[in-house]
Ligand binder design. Structure first.
Ligand SMILES: NC(=O)C1=CN([C@@H]2O[C@H](COP(=O)(O)OP(=O)(O)OC[C@H]3O[C@@H](n4cnc5c(N)ncnc54)[C@H](O)[C@@H]3O)[C@@H](O)[C@H]2O)C=CC1
Ligand SMILES: O=C(O)[C@@H]1CCC=N1
Length: 268
């Protein structure tokens, strides 16, 4: 029988998870919730059950995924805590710790996760941290679901804020880099579509190359650099304008923001 999964607050990331599960085909009966009836209708359009009733959705579920904004987590947990008894609860909310969730839903088997938008094409990178009251069955249930959506790793929770930046936010950073490279191609006279295609294929091919060969990035860079050639001229501009420092600071700043959000929500 299909496992029933409730996606509570199915907006951008919850919707992407649902689309990824549907693409992966079978195995799950999805019940999604949203606050507005227009979003509920949109979710039904995907072919899943949808409702504004969080309590009912959790009651029917074997596994619950929480995808509301961080500042909504407390309200939702207050509403559904009693129905979570004995159930795996995976919270994907940035900055919210397993300790906090377990204090608000003490009967749930709490897991904190971070994933990214690429779950919608089954290429997500999901990291999971188990809370103190989480057993092996709950871990396996969560891992099995997210494996359908890409790669899964269990990590120490102290890495979660940095992974929120480097997994959750990274598609936005990378999309900006892709956009900039393609615009450079357009500036050099390429037709727009060709510029984006060339950039995307170079991005994907380089990732696959690094993953498959296990080479460090600087080694690939050196393989491409011809003395007095074209690439070194481009690299010179990147270095001169602080590309690496800029990207490093972006990751650090996004990581710092998670702590700031906890302070704002009074969760520190
Ligand atoms: N967008 C992304 O790429 C990622 C987001 N996240 C985390 O996922 C969470 C959601 O982010 P998004 O999907 O971007 O936000 P979103 O705003 O698109 O989705 C949240 C959904 O929750 C619904 N909602 C609000 N209050 C509710 C309630 N009381 N009961 C049920 N549903 C309710 C909203 O109607 C909305 O559809 C955040 O905590 C964020 O940190 C994590 C990884 C990636
Ligand atoms: O921007 C955010 O706060 C969320 C968390 C990771 C991706 N989106």
């Amino acid at each position: 029988m299909d496992r029933a999964v409730a996606v509570i607050g199915a907006g951008t990331i919850g919707g992407a998870i649902i689309r990824g599960l549907l693409r992966a085909g079978g195995g799950y009966r999805v019940v999604a919730t949203a606050r507005s009836s227009s979003t509920v209708e949109r979710l039904r359009g995907l072919g899943v059950e949808a409702t504004t009733d969080n309590v009912e959705a959790v009651r029917e579920a074997d596994l619950v995924i929480l995808t509301v904004k961080p500042y909504v987590v407390a309200d939702v947990l207050r509403e559904v805590a009693a129905e979570l008894e004995g159930k795996p609860l995976v919270s994907l909310a940035a900055a919210v710790s397993t300790g906090y969730i377990a204090s608000r839903a003490p009967k749930a088997k709490v897991i904190r996760g971070m994933t990214n938008i690429n779950v919608e094409v089954n290429e997500g990178f999901t990291t999971l941290s188990a809370g103190p009251n989480c057993d092996q069955a709950a871990r396996s249930a969560a891992e099995e679901l997210f494996r359908r959506l890409g790669t899964v790793e269990w990590v120490d929770e102290r890495y979660m804020d940095a992974l929120t930046a480097l997994s959750g936010s990274a598609p936005a950073f990378i999309a900006e880099v892709i956009d900039a490279l393609a615009l450079g191609g357009i500036a050099a006279g390429l037709p727009r579509d060709l510029a984006y295609r060339a950039t995307l294929m170079a991005m994907m091919g380089t990732s696959r190359n690094l993953l498959e060969t296990g080479r460090p990035p600087h080694q690939v860079r050196d393989m491409v650099l011809t003395p007095a050639g074209t690439t070194i001229r481009g690299v010179m501009v990147l270095q001169g304008n602080g590309l690496k420092r800029t990207l490093m600071e972006a990751v650090l700043e996004a990581t710092r923001r998670a702590k700031e959000m906890r302070d704002e929500m009074g969760l520190s």
